[in-house]
Design a protein around this ligand. Structure first.
Ligand SMILES: *Cc1c(COP(=O)(O)O)cnc(C)c1O
Length: 410
């Protein structure tokens, strides 16, 4: 039996407790959606203001050299690399997750010209699947996007698979793939791996190099707290650098962008995976989020994430037995930093919760998704969120027309 006192005590003993004040959060709001859009670090406005009012306004074009704008994708990329277990020179921050996925998938397919299968799972995020479908159509080389259930990926890796393309933590279930195991099986079968770290980076330690990943992409605005529409990132294992042929061969991936040659020649190293001009203002905000994240020990972050998610799942069952279906894996080791609950009135319940100052999100058709960003969520927030959820369910507060109306973004 989990009690309020236990959670109060966990907050008192929490080594990450001091991080909450480094974010700006609305008073009284329990924000369980940092896996969709992370909270704003307190430092971000000053960092962005400096980039705008001093660097841009005063130095104009000179800012590219003077303020290191031109190096920002590699500089921020290396910092992200420290969060995802990638040695220096293998990560850049640029573009969006969708665009990076397109680039990395194309690069991977080039390395396996005799194979036609892109293997993914039905739990993958739709944009990843859409980008693969678009790329396959563009290449017109007979590629097939083969989808299996999340737990079937390992078994489905066969000799016809070119690339195993999965999101490490499924957005709808929170289920976490075993990166080392999938890499091992894929490599034994002659396939490559492409990981989407959208729900991993900043939530727990990722070990891209150690676990044998070939390619990866990830998102800047979720657990990395880079702000809405923040630049994303991409990773290419060093062993593939020289063989990558960028499908979006823009000038920032050229060997000498300012030579203005008429012909494209790829830059050496990771830089060839850049395309156009760096998103300087977005990178300034992203870097503020990353710098803050780098102050935390990710093993401790992971421990707190497990405590928060375990407590939430347990409390929901303790306080409302049988009301929700636990969609996420029950064992923390197989779960990211979120807990997903199934309920046929999920949409209305989420709207009623938001009206009661608890913010999860809803994922069609029936999933209530609760994300726990360990840097700013307290253990007591778990108690309070479950208490409000229980009241809404018990009083049927959700059962009103205003809570059934669908907004564009859920
Ligand atoms: C959030 C998310 C994205 C977002 O992609 P954008 O290009 O930033 O819209 C992509 N993939 C996964 C798995 C995500 O969770």
């Amino acid at each position: 039996m989990l009690t309020r006192d236990t959670l109060v005590r966990r907050d008192q003993e929490d080594p990450l407790a001091g991080f909450r004040d480094r974010f700006v959060l609305p008073e009284g709001l329990i924000y369980l959606d940092g896996n969709s859009l992370g909270a704003m670090p307190r430092d971000t406005p000053a960092r962005v203001r400096d980039a705008v009012e001093r660097q841009w306004a005063e130095d104009l074009i000179g800012g590219w050299n003077k303020h290191g704008w031109v190096d920002a994708p590699a500089r921020v990329g290396d910092k992200i690399g420290r969060l995802v277990g990638a040695g220096a020179g293998q990560v850049v921050a640029a573009d969006s997750t969708s665009v990076n996925l397109f680039k990395m998938l194309s690069a991977a397919l080039d390395l396996r010209p005799d194979r036609k299968v892109i293997l993914s799972d039905r739990g993958n995020f739709p944009t990843d699947l859409y980008m693969a479908q678009g790329l396959a159509a563009l290449r017109a080389a007979g590629h097939e996007l083969r989808l299996v259930e999340e737990h079937e990926v390992e078994a489905a890796i066969g000799p016809d698979v070119a690339v195993v393309m999965v999101t490490q933590v499924g957005y709808r279930t929170g289920r976490k793939h075993d990166m080392a195991a999938i890499s091992r099986i894929a490599h034994a079968a002659g396939a490559l791996t492409l990981w989407d770290l959208a729900h991993s980076a900043g939530a727990f330690p990722v070990h891209l190099d150690r676990d044998g990943a070939d390619f990866a992409v990830g998102c800047g605005y979720k657990y990395l707290n880079g702000g809405p529409g923040a630049p994303a990132f991409l990773y290419v294992a060093k062993r593939h650098h020289d063989r990558v042929r960028p499908p979006l061969s823009g000038w920032f991936g050229h060997e000498a962008p300012f030579a203005f040659d008429l012909d494209y020649r790829p830059a050496g190293g990771i830089a060839r995976n850049l395309c156009g001009t760096p998103q300087v203002l977005g990178l300034a905000a992203l870097e503020a989020g990353i710098d803050l994240m780098l102050e935390a020990d990710l093993e401790i972050v992971k421990g707190k994430s497990l405590d928060l998610t375990d407590a939430f799942a347990d409390l929901v069952e303790q306080e409302m037995p049988g009301v929700f279906e636990l969609v996420s894996p029950p064992e923390g080791a197989h779960r990211g930093s979120q807990v997903c609950l199934g309920h046929k009135e999920g949409y209305a319940i989420v709207q009623a919760l938001i009206a009661d100052r608890v913010v999860p999100d809803f994922r069609a058709p029936n999933v209530l998704r609760f994300g726990f960003a360990p840097l700013y969520i307290r253990h007591i927030d778990v108690w309070d969120a479950v208490a409000r959820l229980k009241r809404i369910v018990t009083d049927r507060t959700w059962d009103r027309e205003i809570y059934r109306r669908r907004a564009a973004v859920t």
